[in-house]
Design a protein around this ligand. Sequence first.
Ligand code: GRG
Length: 296
Amino acid sequence: MSPRLTEALTNVSQAVNAELDRLLPVSDAPDSRVHEAMRYATLDGGKRLRPFLVMQSASLFNVAESAAIRVACAIEMIHCYSLVHDDLPCMDDDDLRRGRPTCHKAFDESTALLAGDALLTKAFEVLANPATHSDPVVRCELVADLAHASGGQGMVGGQMIDLQAHSLDLDVAGITRLQQLKTGRLFSFSCESGALLGKAHGELRLALRNYAHDLGLAFQIADDILDVEGDVAEVGKRLNKDADAGKATFVSLLGLERAKSQADMLAEQACRHLDPFGDKADLMRDVARFVVRRRS
Ligand code: GRG
């Protein structure tokens, strides 16, 4: 990772942790357990890639950081809810996430389910608050776009296909669609949210959408490669899951070497979509190259 990307990701992680700490209440009332679980699932962990993309895309349109950080936290809440639910026994049944016990292991299944539910709804509460943007039309657009990205025609729809993947005999086009829904839609929202906050439309927003499309696919191919080649201590979660579940992946369909070259090609293509932003988008180029080289 380039030193400037390391520094920028660290800064975003710190800012996201501080803002999440502020947004997620602590309580000594009987409901305190769900708040603790929400904080456990979100604070101090993960690469914070989606928040980073929100902050970077917002900076392209000179959006105030105080507004962008709220959107960054909203998308991270959705992402963390999806991880908590994905780890539950009724889904992937995992014990390890971000290098420590999954939420239902640290608490219990019912609490983890509620913590995920509450993170999902909290994200929309944050977006709908006037502190996120003074213009209610922009706030409505943020809410509608994030709902679309994370709901039945987005991440949840992708998860539904994934749960049936072992019996669907998916080809590369089928896996691509699954992943575009399951992980790609949240990346797209993250990248486009800066344009939304900055009220930019047309060519610039399309450039970000195209970047997110290629970045999301490159990310997912890299995830499949990590599932085969990764080190559990570095990755912080169980590996070989898809192969064990008899699911097709980019690696099983393309082979390791073609999967790697496809990921590299997509990362470079993603970078080229950023041409209209010149060197203002250099950190977004760095992150596209990082996602295909990452070890976790
Ligand atoms: C349960 C509604 C519901 C959806 C689950 C996104 C998802 C759908 C499940 C996550 C499980 C998973 C391992 C997906 C593969 C790619 C992915 C999203 C990995 C985790 O994202 P990273 O690498 O994680 O950005 P960190 O921990 O760094 O934030």
